[in-house]
Ligand binder design. Structure first.
Ligand code: TYD
Length: 207
C-alpha cells in the first residue's frame, strides 16, 4: 500500500471529529492527498448498517448482533473505500476503526476482547492502521460535552449509563498496552488546536 492509514479513537465526546478536520486541513495545505472517512459508515451500505445499529428504538438489539453489524460495516468500508484510497497513495484519516469494537463491544458489552477481535480479524482480514491516535478524554468529561451540545445527534450508545463509558475507557487503556507500537495517546482535554497539533506531530513520524 502506497498511502498511510490513520485511525482516531476515543470515548464519546472526545472531539475526534473536530480534530480530524484541523489535521485534514493541515495535511492538505502541505500538499498531501487526504481522504477523511468515518465508521460505522462512509459509504451507502455501511451508512445503512449504521442507521440500524444507532436507532434509539432498537433497544432489543443483542450485543452479538451489534458486534457483527459493526464488523460487517467495517469490512465493506475497508474494501470499498479505504483500501482503494491507500492504493492511490492517499492519507486516510478514519474516525473510529477496529479498536472501537474491541473497546465498546468487547469490554463495554462484555463480549470479551478475544471474541470481538476474532470476528474482526475475519472482517478486516488482519488489516490494521499504520497509526491509531487515541484522544484521551475522561468519560465523564466526554459525556458532559455530548449532552451540552444541543445540535449533536445522540445515538443509542451515548444514552448508556456512565459506568458503560467508564468500562470502555478502561478498555482503551488496555488496548494501548496491547498495541503500544500502533496506538498512541494524546491529551484531548486541551484546547482543540493543541490536541490537533499533538496529533500532527505523531502523524509526521510516519510520513
Ligand atoms: P458517532 O455518532 O459517530 O459518535 P463519535 O463522534 O463519538 O464517533 O457514533 C459512533 C458510536 O458508535 C459511538 O458511540 C461508538 C460506537 N461504536 C461502537 O460501539 N463500535 C464500533 O465498532 C464503532 C465503529 C463505533
Amino acid at each position: 500500500m502506497k498511502g498511510k492509514f490513520i485511525s482516531f479513537e476515543g470515548p464519546d465526546g472526545s472531539g475526534k471529529t473536530s480534530i480530524i478536520k484541523i489535521v485534514e486541513k493541515f495535511l492538505k495545505d502541505k500538499g498531501y492527498d487526504v481522504l477523511v472517512t468515518r465508521e460505522p459508515g462512509g459509504i451507502s451500505i455501511s451508512e445503512k448498517i449504521r442507521d440500524i445499529i444507532h436507532d434509539v428504538n432498537h433497544t432489543e438489539m443483542d450485543p452479538r448482533t451489534e458486534a457483527l453489524l459493526y464488523a460487517a460495516s467495517r469490512s465493506q468500508h475497508l474494501n470499498q473505500k479505504i483500501k482503494p484510497a491507500l492504493l492511490e497513495g492517499k492519507i486516510v484519516l478514519c474516525d473510529r476503526y477496529v479498536d472501537s469494537s474491541l473497546a465498546y463491544q468487547g469490554i463495554g458489552r462484555h463480549l470479551g476482547l478475544e471474541n470481538v477481535l476474532a470476528i474482526n480479524m475475519f472482517a478486516i482480514d488482519s488489516f490494521f492502521p499504520d497509526l491509531t491516535i487515541f484522544v484521551d478524554v475522561r468519560p465523564e468529561i466526554g459525556l458532559k460535552r455530548v449532552f451540552s451540545t444541543e445540535e449533536r445527534e445522540k445515538n443509542r450508545l451515548d444514552l448508556e449509563p456512565l459506568n458503560f463509558h467508564e468500562e470502555i475507557y478502561q478498555g482503551y487503556l488496555e488496548l494501548i498496552k496491547r498495541y503500544p507500537n500502533r496506538i498512541k495517546k494524546i491529551n484531548g482535554e486541551q484546547d482543540k488546536e493543541s490536541v490537533a497539533s499533538d496529533a500532527i506531530e505523531l502523524i509526521e513520524t510516519i510520513l
